[in-house]
Design a protein around this ligand. Structure first.
Ligand SMILES: [Zn+2]
Ligand SMILES: [Zn+2]
Length: 366
């Protein structure tokens, strides 16, 4: 069938609206009429070509829509179901068997390879392949082929435009705090960067009833939203941030989450944490070979932890329903920092995200 997609024909685009062909779903696959899709920072990192993306390609990995066709072997999804799409995983490797699909041994192949293992694609144009299946979906399009493992049925009255970003950015930030760092009531957290992921970490910390939540963010408007969402303190990221954190928390913070990838501040995180403190690294810095130097003696002395985090350690079929319940209860008001655009305005949405005009861009499809 035909679909309209925002196709990327060269590194950094622009995205161009084109008519493409979408294959019938195969075993374990489901075709979704996309109704909304968030733009995540990872789309833009991959769009740069830095990680070897082939062109033309369709990105997009925070899709939400309505099931349009199902492949063989699918029993718990049917045509007409409203669904959220998330990251894909194999379900067979050790991390998948240990309920840690974000660390699936086949993660790169299933989410970034943008083709099946045999090189074939589900999308094409004039008989030539269009690289697809980004995060098991490629949802910057009117139709996407997803997989049963990254497709979650939601209630018929679910607001897809609001919930779409839960599939990546929101679960990454909230899960980073709630699942990866296992925030406890009364603990303290420093969040570096108050974009969609950082703000979701702030909301996660509030859900966990953290006592002190410090958001470090250069843009004033984002600091204000962080405060509205639960940050008890904000800092602008200028100067000695470790000293500024210790003015608020003399013993240091129990947790630091980095959603900024901004090394001059990330490097200070090792001096921000309290004894037994833990640092969670979420953002991918611009320099792919960047390192975080850990002072060994200090680290041994305080029993510090630093760990990487993918997708907030989410198991999408468990965690997304929890997040939807938090949203329903008013504890995850993602719409406060989302801005909505039409699919055809995707380039404008990306520009607005770059200039800080919008925090979370969500594309709507009629
Ligand atoms: Zn796996
Ligand atoms: Zn993402």
């Amino acid at each position: 069938m035909k679909a309209t997609a925002a196709v990327l024909n060269k590194p950094n685009g622009p995205f161009e609206l084109e008519t493409i062909d979408v294959a019938e779903p195969k075993t374990g696959e489901v075709r979704v009429a996309v109704k909304a899709v968030g733009i995540c920072h990872t789309d833009l990192v991959i769009a740069s070509g830095a990680m070897g993306l082939q062109f033309p390609a369709v990105l997009g990995h925070e899709g939400a829509g309505i099931v349009d066709a199902v492949g063989q072997g699918i029993t718990d999804l049917k045509i007409g179901d409203k669904v959220l799409l998330s990251f894909n995983s194999c379900g067979q490797c050790k991390p998948c068997n240990h309920q840690e699909p974000a660390y699936c041994e086949n993660f790169l192949g299933l989410n970034m390879a943008c083709a099946r293992a045999d090189g074939s694609t589900r999308l094409s144009k004039d008989g030539s392949p269009v690289f697809d299946n980004f995060f098991g979906q490629s949802s910057f399009a009117t139709f996407a082929i997803a997989n049963v493992r990254n497709t979650l049925k939601v209630d018929d009255d679910a607001d897809l435009a609001t919930l779409a970003p839960l599939g990546c950015g929101i679960q990454t930030g909230a899960g980073g705090v709630l699942r990866s760092l296992k925030a406890q009531k009364g603990e303290s957290l420093v969040v570096l960067g108050a974009g969609a992921v950082g703000l979701s970490a702030v909301m996660g910390a509030k859900i966990a009833e953290c006592a002190t939540i410090i958001a470090v963010e250069p843009q004033e408007a984002r600091r204000e939203i962080a405060t509205e969402l639960g940050a008890t303190h904000t800092l602008d990221g200028q100067g000695d941030m470790a000293a500024a954190v210790r003015e608020i928390l003399p013993s240091g913070a129990d947790m630091v989450i980095d959603s900024s990838g901004y090394l001059p501040v990330v490097e200070q995180s090792v001096n921000m944490i309290a004894n037994r403190g833990r640092i969670g690294l979420i953002a991918v810095p611009g320099a792919l070979d960047a390192v975080l130097p850990v002072p060994i003696v200090q680290w041994v002395t305080i029993g510090g932890t630093v760990r990487g985090i993918v997708e907030g350690d989410s198991v999408p079929h468990e965690f997304l329903p929890e997040l939807i319940a938090h949203h329903k209860a008013g504890r995850l008001p993602v719409e406060k920092f989302s801005r909505y655009y039409k699919l055809k305005d995707i380039n404008q949405a990306i520009e607005d995200a770059h200039t800080g005009k919008c925090i979370k861009a969500v594309l709507l499809i009629d």
